[in-house]
Design a protein around this ligand. Structure first.
Ligand code: AHM
Ligand code: MG
Length: 294
């Protein structure tokens, strides 16, 4: 409910855009050294507020906030939420689909939450969710073996179930990658991407949530591998790769670095990056075997 309420509020700002003077940058850079867009900052504030006030969240980790937010008066059975409150920052100002991503862990019994409490295995998530602000606003929630999509009715402000029991289709019509990075890939990764290019149609929005959502519903593979400029990859482990990896697995798909299952990575830092190969299980496995040479 806290995620739904926050996304309803963000959706209003996304729709009003320049009319409400919410676009453009704040003039600041975040912990990743990236320019903070005004909607990044507003979304972070909104979700921190709705999650903190829910009474069920003990701590929040956020792309836009360097240190964890430890919620006071935490509930004993509280959750730990790690989030990218506004994914697809480069698409905010140009009316292209963007989103929000959440990984959800349960606090350990009797644990006094501190910064280290957020460094949990992706495999220990109890749920994950994302919202895509596209031609419609869709909230997808994954729990064990179940992935369900809800569409926002902009008139009533409520979400209704529209995509019960999502399973990633057996067919894989699409691959999604930044082809502009081809020249900086190592040889085996370039070979893997070339094989995808030879077989499938390319679709690349440049907002992870939007690319993932299309591939989840239609079938497809998303790849942001490591390259010579980004030896740790581009995307963030704790609030991009882990949550969407969890959603993919619960829907019958897979997520890998190219060498290791994403959900098995032992995290070292809240904001660490990872290569990400995500989508149809068999195509992810084929791609990983070419990248790793196994
Ligand atoms: P953000 O969380 O700051 O928006 O950055 C992550 C985004 C992803 O949504 C997307 O998949 C990727 O960056 C695109 O990167 P590139 O522009 O290098 O293709
Ligand atoms: Mg992001």
């Amino acid at each position: 409910m806290a995620i739904a309420e926050g996304s309803r509020r963000i959706q209003l700002q996304v729709q009003q855009a320049s009319l409400a003077d919410v676009l453009g940058s704040t003039g600041e850079t975040n912990v990743q050294g990236e320019i903070v867009q005004r909607l990044d900052a507003a979304s972070s504030d909104i979700f921190v507020e709705t999650l903190s006030q829910s009474g069920h969240v003990a701590a929040i980790g956020c792309e836009e906030i360097e240190d964890p937010v430890i919620v006071k008066g935490e509930a004993a059975d509280g959750y730990i939420v790690l989030m990218d409150p506004l994914d697809g920052s480069s698409n905010i100002d140009v009316a292209v689909s963007i989103g929000s991503i959440f990984g959800i862990w349960q606090k350990r019994p009797d644990e006094t939450v501190n910064d280290a409490s957020l460094l949990r295995l992706g495999n220990e998530q109890v749920a994950a969710a994302y919202v895509v602000y596209g031609s419609s606003t869709v909230l997808v929630i994954a729990t064990k073996d179940n992935v369900c999509g809800f569409t926002l009715d902009p008139e009533s402000g409520s979400f209704a179930v529209t995509h019960p029991n999502i399973r990633i289709p057996a067919e894989c019509p699409y691959y999604s990658t930044n082809e502009g990075n081809n020249k900086v890939l190592d040889e085996s990764t370039r070979k893997a991407i070339t094989l995808l290019r030879d077989k499938y149609s390319q679709r690349y929005v440049g907002s992870l949530v939007a690319d993932f959502h299309r591939n989840l519903l239609k079938g497809g593979i998303f790849a942001y591998p490591a390259d010579v400029n980004r030896t740790d990859g581009r995307l963030r482990l704790m609030y991009e790769a882990n949550p969407l990896g969890y959603v993919a697995e619960q829907a019958g798909g897979a997520a890998s670095t190219g060498y290791q299952r994403i959900l098995d990575i032992v995290p070292k830092q809240l904001h660490q990056r990872t290569p990400l190969i995500l989508g149809n299980k068999d195509v992810v496995e084929e791609t990983v075997s070419v990248i790793s040479g196994s």
